[in-house]
Design a binder for this molecule. Structure first.
Ligand code: NDP
Length: 342
């Protein structure tokens, strides 16, 4: 159970050293090596197996005092432990940042704005990386964002942007489980095929090649009741203008603007909000800290029942974190983008 005589361990970590415009570049970061201290009672030493790349990381890079350690989630294996509930060999999901090795007290309260550390259940035959996707933060964003903000009723129509990504593809599947009509917007025809043929979306449109108004008239002749907004910008204005009375909008993200602060402002939205009496609410998944396990367990049950499917885009190597982040921001991923460290 215990193993603390592993010797001094060195960790590598990414430090952001430069502000930049547009896409991140490798030269904006430094990889630094640091020696970790001795393990104390109640602590664990972990080794990262999968690191997450998420859109919020791009937003985080604006406005922090530099140099700053890169933040982010990871699934890590416990390789030494002085805590009997967290034995060697088990996996945890934690907000450790872009680093290879970490010492922490697993029961310490998370830093403000960070996610709680979770001990992963046995996920076999699935990979532990799901702790960063459907059984982790994006999974809970989908579960709570849809259920608690959109509150869809059976038979209602849900529109989703960023629909083939980690959150969007998950939201659509929960929408189908809840008996709704689901319309997705994604960036390639292949992604749209995946949504309709594999995940059961009723309609999916390539937002880069489709007239959004015509797509909505075709797919939602009775208009949209719930809009799960992952991207912001003009497409969101168009969807909100095609909503029903008392429609609900969950504003989850705004990825269309994360890399480009110079975009024009969107169409005035207030007439649609007023005359349709829409409820538009932004949220951060941290709001449901105290219900974290409820979301994980619901998603795990749906996975086991074959109701929830997933894809991952796996990048390889700790040295490729920046390429992975840029690739995800460019839309290379279907489902969750992760980096296999070794
Ligand atoms: P995704 O897996 O969806 O990856 C990002 C995707 O965004 C890309 O694959 C790309 O797909 C799409 N994209 C990139 N640029 C644009 C653009 N200009 N316009 C439209 N789509 C674009 O990421 P996540 O599922 O992790 O996150 C989705 C959203 O949810 C993000 O906005 C994120 O910030 C937000 N989020 C919010 C949380 C919260 O607590 N509020 C928690 C987690 C995520 P495509 O090929 O379709 O363009």
């Amino acid at each position: 159970l215990y193993s603390s005589n592993i010797g001094k361990v060195k960790s590598q970590k990414y430090v952001l050293t430069k502000y930049f415009q547009g896409e991140p570049k490798k030269s904006d970061f430094k990889i630094i090596e640091e020696e970790l201290p001795e393990l104390q009672d109640g602590e664990i030493l972990t080794e990262a197996e999968y690191l997450s790349v998420d859109p919020y990381m791009r937003a985080y890079m604006i406005g922090y005092k530099l140099p700053t350690d890169m933040i982010g989630g990871q699934v890590a294996k416990i390789i030494a432990s002085r805590h009997d509930k967290f034995p060697v060999g088990k996996y945890v999901a934690g907000s450790f940042g872009w680093r290879t090795h970490t010492i922490c007290n697993p029961e310490a309260p998370p830093r403000l704005g960070f996610l709680p550390l979770t001990l992963l259940p046995d996920l076999s035959p699935h990979c532990v990386s799901l702790g960063l996707g459907i059984l982790g933060m994006p999974g809970n964003t989908s579960y709570f964002g849809l259920k608690e903000i959109c509150k869809p009723k059976p038979g209602e129509t849900i529109a989703i942007t960023g629909a083939a990504g980690a959150v969007g593809s998950h939201v659509g599947q929960i929408g189908k489980i809840m008996g709704c009509r689901v319309i997705g917007f994604a960036g390639t025809d292949e992604k749209c095929d995946y949504l309709t043929k594999e995940l059961g979306f009723d309609y999916a449109f390539n937002y880069k090649t489709t007239n959004i108004k015509s797509a909505l008239r075709e797919a939602a002749p009775d208009r949209v009741d719930c809009y799960f907004d992952n991207v912001g910008g003009e497409i969101s204005s168009t969807i909100m203008s095609h909503m029903n009375h008392y429609g609900r909008v969950a504003v989850c993200g705004s990825i269309s603007s994360y890399n480009d602060a110079t975009l024009p402002k969107v169409t005035i939205l207030q007439p649609a909000i007023v005359f349709k009496e829409l409820k538009v609410e932004g949220f951060l998944v941290n709001r449901w800290f105290n219900r974290w396990e409820e979301g994980i367990n619901a998603n795990l049950d749906w996975l086991k029942d074959g109701k929830l499917k997933y894809q991952e885009k796996v990048y390889h190597g700790f040295d490729n974190m920046v390429d992975a982040l840029v690739g995800m921001l460019r839309g290379e991923n279907t489902g969750k983008a992760v980096v296999k460290v070794k």
